[in-house]
Design a protein. Structure first.
Length: 245
């Protein structure tokens, strides 16, 4: 089962709703011309973005083509670790579970930094390793199906990576505090955990969102040394006494 198909399961639907609500709130405050999403599932929620040109790189490589036999023009089939996108050309990058299901998550993050413009924002969304979801992954470590075959990251590690790549943290939040049960009825009964745990255990949510800004370089150009020497020579004053004839 692919991640896209998993989002259609009862548990996946709950997760998708939580992520969509969280991401759309931040998308409405982001501006620019180009947005890149590396993720899975339905992308209709991107319509809430004010950024007109949107590109989508799927985490799953088996997305179906449309009824005309052609893929959407905004769909790019590429390895997230090696994007066919120009450097400093995108205003916003969204990594939705892109790090969870990559063999080289650090390289994916480096590529996101490369294509992002200075001053642009990156939104990183994924499964929290330090949560009931992370514990469930440990219990399912022998199972090779989604989502337990992913490599969940802790937000502390991700913040370190972002800092090393020159990002400044602006926002972080965790949601979906319920255990990853498959039963829709049971998930509905445990809805109260969202309110309670958000207050007393805010770090334990199964889904995280990090928002960071790519720093703008403040390098100050240094004048060439030859120019400094020339200025000293031009300002030299002859103090030797002159003969009076």
């Amino acid at each position: 089962m692919s991640l896209t198909h998993w989002f259609n399961t009862p548990l996946g639907q709950f997760v998708k709703q939580a992520e969509t609500t969280l991401l759309t709130v931040h998308l409405q405050n982001l501006f620019g011309y180009h947005l890149l999403l590396i993720g899975a599932g339905n992308t209709e929620w991107l319509e809430t973005s004010r950024i007109p040109h949107r590109l989508f790189v799927p985490v799953d490589k088996d997305l179906p083509i449309d009824s005309n036999g052609q893929q959407n023009e905004s769909l790019i089939q590429a390895d997230a670790a090696y994007l066919p996108i120009a450097t400093d050309s995108v205003d916003t990058v969204i990594l939705q579970h892109a790090l969870d299901f990559s063999g080289n998550p650090h390289q994916v993050l480096r590529e996101a930094e490369r294509v992002l413009m200075p001053g642009g924002r990156i939104l990183v969304c994924g499964f929290n390793a330090r949560s009931l979801w992370g514990l469930s992954r440990v219990m399912h470590f022998k199972q090779a199906h989604v989502p337990w075959n992913g490599k969940f990251q802790s937000t502390s590690r991700l913040k370190d990576w972002l800092s090393l790549l020159g990002f400044e943290m602006e926002f972080q939040q965790k949601v979906f505090f319920r255990p990853p049960f498959k039963s829709e009825n049971l998930l509905n009964k445990l809805e109260f955990m969202e309110r309670v745990c958000a207050k007393i255990l805010p770090f334990s949510g199964g889904i995280y969102l990090l928002v960071a800004k790519k720093k703008v370089s403040n390098l100050i150009p240094i004048k060439p040394r030859w120019q400094a020497r020339r200025n000293k020579v031009s300002g030299w004053v002859d103090t030797a006494p002159r003969s009076k004839d």
